[in-house]
Design a protein around this ligand. Sequence first.
Ligand SMILES: [Zn+2]
Length: 77
Amino acid sequence: MPQPAWPEDVVARYLTLSGEIFRDPSMYVEVLRKDGQHSVARCRCCTYDTSRQHDGRAQDMAQAHAETCRALPKPTA
Ligand SMILES: [Zn+2]
């Protein structure tokens, strides 16, 4: 399965545990550049979102979340 396109503001993606089990590259935690200094991490499989926290470690947090996230995204089609 091809990986979804990377918009310009995407800094990093971490495959979730569920994505690893299902071999689905669309199940990941994404790190987005918010401005010059801040990034936010958002999980595409659950409600995990660091945008309300002022923590510069978005990539570390994204990786840590991805390693434990077993959420399955709701099918859209
Ligand atoms: Zn998640």
